[in-house]
Design a protein around this ligand. Sequence first.
Ligand code: PMP
Length: 441
Amino acid sequence: MIEHARLSALLQRERAAYEARLPRSRAAYQASGSLLGRVPMTWMNKVAGPFPAYLDRAFGARVRDIDGHEYVDFCLGDTGAMAGHAPEPVARAVRERAGYTAMLPTADAEWVGAELARRFKVDLWSFSLTATDANRWAIRLARQVTGRPRILVFNYCYHGSVDETLITLGPDGPRPRSGNVGPPVDPAVTTRVVEFNDADALRAELAHGDVACVLMEPALTNIGIVLPAPGFLDEVRRLTREHGTLLINDETHTFSAGPGGCTRAWNLDPDIVTIGKAIAGGVPIGAYGVTHEVAERILAQKDADLVDVGGVGGTLAGNALSIAAARATLEEVLTDEAFKRMIELSERFTSGVRSAIEHLPWTVTQLGARTEYRFGAPANGGESAAASDDDLDDYFHLYLHNRGVLMTPFHNMALMCPATTAQDVDLHTELFTAAVRELTG
Ligand code: PMP
């Protein structure tokens, strides 16, 4: 279906156009002498071009680079900016609370905890600065209260740089995720791994009786979007209960499904929910919530040091600034009404992509305000990984970038924020359709 010679020629053309459009970004990149890998954080090298565009400003659903180009941003910081860039209520909260790091509680936190409980159905909340840390601390607490050593995750999950989760399922069983940087131990020691949507494998692994918790996204979002098969999530809940294993829903990305993520949208019943990224409108935050029952078990652990250096806290966690920004975001920006509009736009985006690819064996999958296209029709993480194609990703990303549209660099994900418009979506549809036509003739 795709001629590789044609793809290479188009890719070369788009790379050349990218380099020609971004002379200032290229100069800044080439001049770097103080940064590891030339960028403030090594992931920023994950771009389709030979260097990243440098950010000048970001506002609403738009970003501007230092070469003066403006983009419709569907990447939205890979979800960190799902509230849009610099929303006014958050900017106001930041102005009021900038620089507060007192390790003292603020009354806003009670409001944020109650709102997260209303949205995500678990009762009692605690805060970190990243979703990664929320997952780390939730895992520790699950091990502590169950007295079990292992966790279980799904193949090609991503839950942040959490040691226990950097594992995949090879033909001969579990193995460290390819490229796993300096693992402290072989992750097979700490972790069991099965394919998403495989209830039989899950049953067999839980039967070992050593799994403290299943850590999962209710739909995979980090290897394309893979939705749960009908009945799968019910079976996960039933089996975890049967085996005394806690169920953690990581809603960091699946928050796109609605104001209370998949947990509320699909009426799920986890023991613990973790989240981060978008809930403070661009200010660093993470959070985990537990049911009353799990809370009682945690607080009954007389040997567990929860108030000092026992492994579940951080100096800046729960700081007044993050919490005020979370309150502003949840109260005024990522509201129920905002989600309704974002989800409608995502439907529009999805149907535009669907029309453009109907002659191809590709799929487009929507999860509320998030949409992703994939070069295949995968039913689990392993199949979705096999459907990846770096050249195709690069071609679409560069084609769109060169014409004013940003997609997330990790795959082909597009996210709507409250400031996204129908015109923004239609611009993507027009450009994506043209990119597919040029590729497939
Ligand atoms: N959980 C999920 C589902 C994620 O997708 C990510 C990041 N992509 C994380 C946790 C970690 O988020 P952070 O890097 O902000 O800690």
